[in-house]
Design a protein around this ligand. Structure first.
Ligand code: FES
Length: 152
């Protein structure tokens, strides 16, 4: 099981918690950490579930609800909006029929905001899973979404 394999890589001490959570969430296809998994991590590290939950809720990038197969993050930084002749979020919302923080019915896509991705001079910017897309236009966004719909 994925979590077992990841836990074995880390010393069973509290200092490992964030690295375990990060690696596991990134590796898990549904990109979230369930209650049972929180329990397993707490047991392994010999800390309380409350401690694990407090770390998860402190960092906004950790998720405890099931998300779509592909997580689209739209940069909410001001520079991206200044250069944008388009509203990236509106284009995606229209294409997928979901709003921010929602997941499509087929669990294929979730839509989120993200803070600056460090590519402000190439905005507008969005990330899909681990891949960052720059200089977005409406056509480019549609092509990217189509690619994920068809090939992933
Ligand atoms: S503001 Fe969007 S990448 Fe920096």
């Amino acid at each position: 099981m994925l979590l077992d394999l990841i836990l074995k890589k880390y010393p069973a001490q509290e200092d490992s918690l964030i690295e375990i959570l990060l690696e596991f969430q990134n590796a898990k296809s549904s990109h979230y950490i369930s209650e049972a998994e929180i329990n397993q991590i707490a047991l392994y590290l010999n800390i309380s579930e409350a401690k694990v939950c407090s770390v998860i809720s402190f960092y906004t990038f950790f998720r405890t609800e099931q998300k779509g197969q592909h997580i689209i993050q739209v940069c909410r930084g001001v520079p991206c909006h200044v250069v944008a002749g388009i509203n990236v979020l509106k284009v995606i919302e229209k294409e997928l029929g979901i709003k921010i923080d929602e997941t499509t019915a087929d669990k294929k896509f979730s839509l989120e905001y993200t803070s600056c991705l460090g590519l402000c001079d190439k905005g507008p910017v969005m990330r899909v899973n681990d891949k960052v897309y720059t200089n977005l236009t409406e056509n480019k966004i549609r092509a990217i979404l189509t690619e994920y719909m068809v090939h992933n």
